[in-house]
Design a protein around this ligand. Structure first.
Ligand code: NI
Length: 169
């Protein structure tokens, strides 16, 4: 946070299944794995393209949440279902050490493409919906602190959740 590239709007991908796109995804997957993230967006590694990855088998933050399938999502379009939102604690690999309580739509339809150009169309809820909204925000230059209604709900991870190792998006 502080790098102006994180505030920019990213461009759509116009060619799938290319060496450049596969190389970008490899870099993103390596970065997410090395930092124990639950998701990552291309602008977080300095590439202004509408590409996100996410997925996790188990969430320390949401121990009861269902696993989120490992997904490559390109040129995403989000469509909230209903007005219901819930608040949940989020972190971000671009905002290390901090946690914030962020409202997100509870139910969400999202569409896009994988790296081969195959369409994706899913209707999800809960933590899965939260992760997608967090990652797609990165493509529009939005970091989670901008979504916090009351900045008293922003704090250091080790103060808010002492002794817990949490995953970042
Ligand atoms: Ni993030």
């Amino acid at each position: 946070m502080g790098d102006p590239r994180l505030w920019e709007t990213s461009a759509e991908v116009d060619a799938f299944n290319t060496p450049e796109l596969h190389g970008l995804l490899q870099d993103m997957q390596d970065t997410m794995a090395a930092l124990n993230g639950a998701g990552l967006a291309a602008p977080q590694i300095g590439v202004p393209l509408r590409v996100v990855i996410f997925g996790l088998d188990h969430s320390a933050r949401y121990p009861d949440a269902l696993p989120v399938p490992r997904t490559v999502l390109i040129n995403p379009v989000l469509q909230p279902i209903g007005d219901l939102q819930d608040e949940g604690w989020e972190g971000c690999l671009s905002v290390p050490g901090l946690r914030g309580l962020v409202p997100r739509y509870s139910h969400l339809r999202y569409r896009g493409f994988d790296q081969f150009g195959k369409p994706i169309d899913r209707t999800v809820e809960g933590f899965h919906a939260r992760v997608v909204q967090h990652e797609v925000d990165h493509l529009d230059g939005i970091l989670f602190p901008l979504r916090i209604a009351d900045l008293r709900n922003l704090g250091f991870q080790d103060v808010l959740f002492p002794g817990q190792a949490l995953q970042d998006d």
